[in-house]
Design a protein around this ligand. Structure first.
Ligand code: 3PG
Length: 231
């Protein structure tokens, strides 16, 4: 049996302000820092330690990983960052207020944008400051793989190759893996790991800063799954 732990970053400044965020690189709020440290304490209380960690190229996930590893005194472990673990790109909704957007387009439409599997948000113009083509951290990527807006399906299609090529081989070699990422990149991974249907995934929410432990068989089938809810 091998262990995989997923943790969604702690509350961000824009979670707190109720703004659509996606790939915008906002920081953790004060509460988010506390949630990240608490995640680390919960991992420690559960007797977990890690061989390798993965995160996105967004600071709310990177910092969550580091705060958690600091509590474990494991800041030294090997870690890898990838855009493939980024939050889903919210396209033209990036930076908008979620409540105001619901007032404008209706709560039902906003719920579909937020939770459906295959409905795309409005797409972003390539000259928008929120477009990844204008962000140096993505300069080495093929411009064709830079999204102007993503649904969960597109997010899953870029997360799963990273899972298959990078994370799964580590687990198969018996390593304990920590992944610090985002609400929707983790929903995509959970959908894949648990074969959740396109309809059912609409009801799945992953809370911020609560470690989700998977116990996997040697061929990476899910044997057990639980949240660490105690420090
Ligand atoms: O990108 C965002 O706005 C949040 O991190 C996740 O948003 P959601 O709850 O609308 O999926």
């Amino acid at each position: 049996m091998v262990k995989l732990v997923l943790v969604r970053h702690g509350e961000s400044e824009w979670n707190k302000a109720n703004l659509f965020t996606g790939w915008v690189d906002v920081d953790l709020s004060e509460q988010g820092v506390e949630e990240a440290k608490r995640a680390g304490r919960r991992l420690k209380a559960a007797g977990l330690s890690f061989d390798i960690a993965y995160t996105s190229v967004l600071k709310r996930a990177i910092k969550t990983l580091h705060y958690a590893l600091e509590e474990l005194d494991q800041l030294w472990i090997e870690e890898h960052k990838s855009w493939r673990l980024n939050e889903r790109h919210y396209g033209g909704l990036s930076g908008l207020d979620k409540k105001e957007t619901a007032e404008k387009y209706g709560a039902e439409q906003v719920h579909i944008w937020r939770r459906s599997y295959d409905e795309l948000p409005p797409l972003l113009d390539r000259d928008s400051p929120y477009h990844p083509a204008n962000d140096p951290r993505y300069k080495d990527l093929d411009p064709r793989s830079l999204p102007s807006g993503e649904n969960l399906k597109v997010t899953l299609e870029r997360v799963i190759p990273f899972w298959q090529d990078r994370i799964a081989p580590q687990l198969r070699d018996g390593r304990t893996v920590l992944v610090a990422a985002h609400g929707n990149s983790l929903r995509a991974l959970v959908k894949y790991l648990e074969s959740i249907s396109d309809e059912e995934i609409m009801n799945l929410n992953i809370p911020t800063g609560v470690p989700l432990v998977y116990e996997l068989s040697d061929d990476l089938a899910v044997e057990k799954k639980y949240y660490l809810e105690r420090d």
